[in-house]
Structures are given as C-alpha cells and as structure tokens.
Design a protein around this ligand. Structure first.
Ligand SMILES: Cc1cc2nc3c(=O)[nH]c(=O)nc-3n(C[C@H](O)[C@H](O)[C@H](O)COP(=O)(O)O)c2cc1C
Length: 167
C-alpha cells in the first residue's frame, strides 16, 4: 500500500494545476532538416554548475521519438504575446507547426529558435530518465539567447488556463 491508490488522475491533475508555471516550446531539428516542436510547461532548471535543465515528454507524443533522439534541443520561453504559438505547438496536429512562425538565425547545427521569446536555452542532451508515462530529458546548456526588451512579460499557465503576470 503506497497511499496513492485512492488518488485519481483527475485529482492529481487538479492538484498539479495549482502550481503556476511559465510556458515553453521545445524544438529539435533532425539531420534531414525536419523540425519538431511541442508546448511544454514541465521545464525546470536543475543545476547551476554544470548548467542543467529538464523537461518531461509524454511517451505518447507524436514527436516523442524525434525529441528523445535529438542530440540538441532548444527551450523557447514564451512571452505574454505568444499564446497563439503555445496553442499552435500543442493543438495543431496535421500541418507544419513552424509554418509562418518567425525564427531567429541560430548558429550552425542549432534547433529552430522562435522569435519574440523571453529567452531561448539551447542544450545538448545530457541524460534521459524514465518517469512513468513520461520520459525526463536533462539538457546541458550550451548557449542562451535573452530578449533585450525590458518590458516583455511571461506567458503563464495556471489551473489549465493561460494567465498573465501582474506587476
Ligand atoms: C500549457 C501546456 C503545457 C504542456 N506541457 C507538456 C509537457 O510538459 N510535456 C508533454 O509531453 N506535453 C505537454 N503538453 C502537451 C503537448 O504540447 C501536446 O500534447 C502536443 O500536441 C504534443 O505534440 P506532438 O504529439 O506532436 O508531439 C502541454 C500542453 C500545454 C497547452
């Protein structure tokens, strides 16, 4: 008896939804040039030295194989102006999610970097760890791009809805 038998997934999801997060889009690019991206709020920093971050990806995601196989990924941290980008990378299924999405010019071999983000963290895959119906990807940070716009605000996610920061 672990004590978790009585916790329904709905109750667990509800409880986890009380933890407010930012919203990111994780991107990779295959050697063939095919690009993949999905909206992710399980992002977290892990370690300062060495600089490590993590996110978890659903085993059932269409992009699962591409994301977990990629040597490099980018975490694009969305601004309050980018709710449509978050929707695009979570709900659009049968078309190229990158169509008409403005990108920054990255360095050679980097994944797609979305324009207009608060910051983009480019990582080499460091480790993958099984996590139930998700896999946790740990990345070692190799480059960071941060917006110079001091007025930019984050897109937040709370209780299953988008939210904004009141400052
Ligand atoms: C705010 C938000 C956060 C999300 N966070 C995650 C996440 O951390 N991990 C994950 O696997 N899916 C997450 N999703 C769901 C995926 O974005 C969604 O299932 C997407 O369609 C997966 O794309 P794919 O099936 O093409 O790989 C999130 C969705 C939203 C709207």
């Amino acid at each position: 008896m672990t004590g978790t038998e009585n916790i329904t997934s709905a109750a667990f999801r509800f409880a986890c939804g009380r933890f407010a997060t930012g919203v990111t889009v994780v991107t990779v690019q295959e050697e063939s040039g095919k690009r993949w991206g999905l909206t992710v709020n399980s992002f977290s920093s892990v370690s300062l030295d060495p600089p490590l971050v993590l996110f978890s990806i659903d085993l059932g995601a269409n992009s699962y194989a591409a994301i977990t196989a990629a040597d490099r990924f980018a975490i694009n941290v969305l601004s309050a102006e980018q709710q449509t980008i978050s929707d695009r990378f979570s709900f659009v299924k049968d078309e190229d999610r990158f169509k008409d999405v403005p990108l920054l010019t990255g360095e050679a071999g980097e994944p797609p970097l979305l324009k207009g983000c608060l910051c983009t963290i480019i990582c080499d895959r460091d480790n993958t760890v099984p996590g139930g119906d998700h896999t946790i990807l740990i990345g070692r940070v190799r480059r960071i791009v941060v917006t110079e716009d001091k007025t930019a605000r984050p897109l937040l996610y709370y209780a299953g809805c988008y939210a904004g920061l009141k400052v």
